[in-house]
Design a protein around this ligand. Structure first.
Ligand SMILES: *Cc1c(COP(=O)(O)O)cnc(C)c1O
Length: 377
């Protein structure tokens, strides 16, 4: 029988059930309660930040971060083009305009040079600076954060980090998501850890954390009756979902280490194929969680990622093309774009390999053997 090997599958620790049962037994199944507090505390101590606010999705975290930064209709927000649509869509939710920026080839993330050019040009064209900058840590790889923060600080523009794929990744020994004004995490089913669906906003003060919590719970003013001065959202994580998150925190570091081991395995096994490169940390400053291991296929091999994707699908293995850049998406056809063809080229020649921390050795062997076979090795 053909195996069925997925790109990134939920990997439980076993303790999730106990936390969820506790929520059910104590009737704390409403979207607040002891599991939410516990999950937030565990994330805070892992990341070494004063406040983390648990939310219903990573997309909600990005949206709430933009709201907290005061992004409104008529504003512009700079966003990495090479990403999943969820990085950019919340800009539109606010009625603001995304300005897309190309990647650099070392990390595949936002180019600091292009970022600065975009800021200068937007100021010249519109008379004002963009309201926020959203860099992304694709497939877990940290961006050139020092350079991006230096440009952002030079022009006084806050950074909202989309660290949805990068929980556990480090840049110069510091966790991704803890550098900017806010950081966003996702606990969707295919991410490093899951709450079945959920996200979080990383905050650097109690004031910011309290404000995010207020906005995420309908912006209800402290009065004995319902009273609203601000537009609120229903974005809080439920106590049941947070229970899954508490159990997942037991194995977070273990799962990150397993994904790094899977990356090492592919790097070793595929090194014999000429024209295939496994994406890697560009220097010791970068320590990716390798949420997904990705490869680039040199067109000189005569093979395309789409051909490999189809061959693997026939063998029962799910692989996935890299994110198609946002400036190439019909919905964002009118948005300004700065840069060259770096991310377009990566999209053309890249592929994501199965990387879930629950993959067994024989499954990894099976995947590697089929890739080797495809390239005639
Ligand atoms: C998964 C993901 C998100 C969105 O997270 P959800 O929890 O699915 O809403 C945002 N940005 C990136 C880069 C992602 O991979």
């Amino acid at each position: 029988m053909k195996p069925r090997i997925l790109l990134s599958y939920v990997h439980m620790s076993g303790t999730e059930k106990d936390w969820v049962n506790k929520a059910l037994e104590t009737e704390w199944i409403v979207p607040l309660g002891p599991n939410v507090d516990e999950f937030e505390h565990r994330l805070q101590s892992y990341l070494g930040v004063p406040r983390v606010v648990a939310l219903s999705a990573g997309t909600a975290a990005i949206h709430l971060g933009l709201v907290a930064l005061g992004v409104e209709a008529g504003d512009e927000v700079i966003c990495q083009s090479f990403t999943f649509a969820a990085s950019a869509n919340p800009i539109k939710y606010q009625g603001a305009t995304p300005v897309f920026v190309d990647s650099e080839p070392d990390t595949w993330n936002m180019s600091p040079e292009v970022l600065e050019k975009a800021i200068i040009d937007r100021k010249a064209k519109t008379g004002k600076y963009p309201k926020a900058i959203i860099p992304v840590y694709l497939y877990g790889m940290p961006a050139k954060i020092d350079e991006i923060m230096a440009v952002a600080n030079k022009y006084g523009i806050p950074v909202l980090e989309d660290a949805a794929e990068a929980l556990g990744s480090l840049y110069k020994g510091k966790f991704c998501g803890t550098f900017g004004a806010y950081g966003c995490l996702s606990f969707n089913g295919n991410k490093v850890i899951t709450t079945s669906g959920g996200g979080a906003l990383i905050c650097h003060s109690d004031k910011d954390g309290d404000n995010a919590l207020f906005l995420a719970t309908q912006a209800r003013e402290p009065r004995p009756y319902y009273y609203h001065e601000k537009l609120g959202y229903n974005y809080r994580l439920s106590n049941v979902s947070a229970g899954i998150g508490c159990g997942q925190m037991d194995v977070l570091q273990e799962h990150v280490d397993l994904r790094r081991r899977i990356h090492d395995f592919y790097k070793r096994e595929l090194s014999v194929i000429e024209g295939v490169t496994v994406a890697d940390n560009p220097s010791a400053d970068f320590d990716s969680n390798f949420w997904l291991t990705t490869i680039l296929i040199d067109p000189a091999t005569g093979k395309t990622p789409e051909q490999l994707r189809q061959a693997m699908a026939e063998a029962g293995v799910e692989t996935r093309r890299l994110w198609r850049p946002m400036h190439m998406q019909p919905i964002y056809a009118d948005a300004p774009y700065y840069g060259g063809d770096c991310c377009e080229r990566l999209f053309d020649i890249g592929l994501c390999l199965p990387s879930g921390s629950g993959l067994k050795d024989e499954e990894l062997r099976y995947v590697a053997d089929h890739i080797l076979q495809f390239f005639g090795k």
